[in-house]
Design a binder for this molecule. Sequence first.
Ligand SMILES: [Zn+2]
Ligand SMILES: [Zn+2]
Length: 375
Amino acid sequence: MAAQENLQRAAVLVAPSKNPEFNVQLVPRPVPGPNEVLVRLSLTSICGSDYGLASGELGETRTILGHEGVGRVVELGSGVPAIDPSVQVGQRVGVGWARDACGACGWCTTLAQDGETRCAERVTSGRVVDGTFAEYTVVPARYLCRIPAAYDGVPDEHVAPVCCGGVTAYKAIKGCGVVPGRWIAVSGAGGGVGALAVAFARAMGYRVVGVDAGADKGRFCLEQGAEHFVDITALAAGEDPGPEVRRLTGTEGVDAVIVTSGAAAAYQAAFSMLGPFGTLMCVGLPPADRLVHFHPAMCVAFGWQVKGSAVGTRRDILEALEFVRRGLVTPRTEWGRLEDMTTLLENVVRGKILGKYVIKLDGEDSSKTTEAPAS
Ligand SMILES: [Zn+2]
Ligand SMILES: [Zn+2]
């Protein structure tokens, strides 16, 4: 179905709920302001946090979610040629979680900490501005994530998952500052971000132990490059996975645990996996009322650090894409359709998809998108 002029197809969130429903509607195509560009999205993938948004857990949202998009600039706002003549129609771009950075707040101006992704204005995709579950989106010219021509050989379905899941995984690993060759644990390793964290960590030279629930996820983690897998469903209820992590890795504990799970219990368990001077890297977000406990003595006596990582800068996206271009990381994907968003997101939250759903938005290859996903 070709969109009529000035209209576009979008998967629209009907109402936020624990079982969010979407339907495909023809809605007005966005019009770029003077300092913005219009992007024709060719593909989007689905991130786990789209469920957090759709369920209302992360607060108020827009009705068009999505923040792993890829497309090309098709129209320039009237002021863009004067602001930045290098922005051209036809430029390939990625569209991630962070949609703008003010450049002036305390986060943005802390360049050494890559503060742009924590901008005080927090213009985020699907929450403050419409997301990528649509044919078009507008992006401020000053915050374009340009994908250089050197990446033209990387297909959209491998670029999009890097725009949030991949860069989040890559940046979290980078932020641990661990020496390559050392052990890293990924908790929630069978999830969308977790599996990418396993693959990136392996490609970046680390040894990886995955922690998650179930044999399917275990096989998936090993395929992605983990050397070992700890299946928490194989432990006794409430049993601490730390000793098994130490036994499998032959260490006093790993140098870093990247927690991509949103379960408070996964955070609690992560402490027991840490070795000397270990870093616990927070990525997954438990519900706001679920707290994690630790005693300061852990940091004093063992030199542990607790840090958090938030997606990544546009530079990080390109660094992560370089691993994909070189064939060292290939996101595992399954095709879905915009029409099936309700089911797709349900499969994501229930852990029924290994890897990422990718959805074509330009309709050029309907053969790939005619099969409804198994639910
Ligand atoms: Zn995301
Ligand atoms: Zn800012």
